[in-house]
Design a protein around this ligand. Structure first.
Ligand SMILES: *Cc1c(COP(=O)(O)O)cnc(C)c1O
Length: 408
């Protein structure tokens, strides 16, 4: 299944891809540049409209969206960016490759960046706070926005797992200075691969655009207002944009189904001893891609997950800082794991090994996630509902979870 958007693949995706092929085929005798990336522009317009953002920039991945966002903000060597210890490795990789130093902070019981711990980790070098809306649920954006404003920091939202979600009525990704999204096939909607960023800041947009497209000004102009950058090629392809365009139109329907399915599952599971649902900062705004249960006791969580053929969230390769030996080596000052940059600044606190964030370790070790629309072993979501299942599946999955909890 991977993600709900992938499960919703259909005629429209196919028609859009064929239209791109046909349009480009008609241009094949062009002598010069055969033309504009019109489908990419259509995707950006549709997405900006859907999310209520001034600017949307399509990119070839969520990772690219994150690094272009940092380039847009002018973050680099000498700077620190605060990131949660529960994320996806790409969140930290974007910071590391920007030249800035990542600073790990704890997550709260919602499994997103803990504002109290963020405050404690601010130094004179801090430039940005990078919350990740993990497993479809918004971080504590009111508290994080207040801290960012107080200290003059940029808020960068990693929305890769939470496309379409909202916080207090506003779409995620439009609340901070910039929001970065992924369109890989595990996410809420997909272009098979791809990503995009949203921002209301025209200068950030220009810099991100130039960075993602060889230093051109938007849209491929030689000259323009703003900064000259040595860029890269992080562009989304027309074919992927065609798929993404069909998926953006389905976003609200996909979310409505996820939310209804999760509501039914949670109701069917009911109350259980020693277990409660993870608290959410805005329950109406979560994407409902997973139902996370928080146990009082780690052994109980492990036993329950084991009976279901799953794991606790502590066993989430590439999503838990303590499972990133390459990051630990970078923190020790080794040069090998990170090409293109100097080792981490020795003035920074750099214990990236397991145990560095005890509260994060504790809460992940007590958490078990049931799939609702995203199934991903690497996300600790190896058991639960399939995206296209019916009411009988809800009853069966809930019964198996209840039995496992009671037997564990
Ligand atoms: C998937 C993901 C990314 C990276 O997206 P890609 O499109 O795979 O590059 C970044 N952050 C988080 C939290 C993710 O889940």
């Amino acid at each position: 299944m991977p993600g709900p958007g992938f499960s919703a693949f259909g005629e429209q995706e196919r028609a859009n891809v064929l239209a791109v092929l046909d349009r480009w085929a008609r241009r094949r005798d062009a002598f010069g540049d055969p033309g504009e990336a019109e489908t990419v522009r259509d995707f950006e317009r549709a997405t900006a409209g859907k999310f209520g953002a001034d600017h949307c920039l399509a990119l070839n991945s969520g990772t690219s969206a994150l690094i272009a966002a940092l380039a847009g903000l002018g973050i680099g060597p000498g700077d620190e960016v605060i990131v949660p210890g529960y994320m996806f490795v790409a969140t930290i990789a974007a910071v590391v490759h920007s030249g800035a130093d990542p600073v790990l902070a704890e997550v709260d019981e919602s499994l997103t960046l803990d504002p109290v711990d963020v405050r404690a980790r601010i130094t004179p070098r801090t430039r940005a706070i990078l919350p990740v809306h993990m497993l479809g649920a918004p971080a504590d954006l009111a508290a994080l926005t207040a801290i960012a404003e107080e200290h003059g920091l940029a808020l960068v939202e990693d929305c890769a797992q939470a496309a379409g979600g909202s916080y207090r009525g506003r779409r995620l990704g439009t609340i901070g200075a910039v929001g970065a999204f992924s369109l890989n096939h595990f996410k809420v909607i997909t272009a098979l691969d791809g990503g995009f960023l949203l921002t209301g800041d025209p200068k950030l947009f220009q810099r991100a655009y130039s960075f993602h497209d060889q230093g051109w000004f938007p849209y491929r102009e030689d000259v323009g207002d703003g900064d000259l950058l040595v860029g890269m090629n992080l562009r989304l392809s027309e074919l992927n944009a065609a798929v993404g365009l069909a998926q953006v139109a389905k976003l609200d329907a996909i979310l409505a189904r996820l939310r209804a399915r999760k509501r039914a599952l949670v109701e069917e599971v009911g109350d259980l001893p020693g277990v409660r649902r993870r608290p959410l900062h805005d329950a109406d705004g979560e994407c409902a891609t997973l139902a996370v249960y928080l146990f009082d006791d780690a052994r109980h969580a492990e036993a329950t997950a084991g009976l279901l053929g799953a794991t606790t969230l502590l066993d989430s390769p590439k999503h838990y800082y303590g499972g990133l030996p390459e990051l630990a080596a970078f923190g020790r000052g080794e040069r090998g794991p990170v090409p293109f940059r100097a080792p981490i600044n020795p003035a920074t606190e750099v214990d990236f090994g397991p145990g560095a964030l005890p509260r994060t370790d504790d809460v992940l070790g007590r958490s078990v996630a049931l799939a609702v629309g995203v199934s991903d072993d690497y996300l600790g979501a190896g058991f639960g509902l399939t995206a296209r299942g019916d009411g009988a599946e809800v009853v069966e999955v809930a019964a198996r979870f209840r039995e496992a909890v009671l037997a564990g």
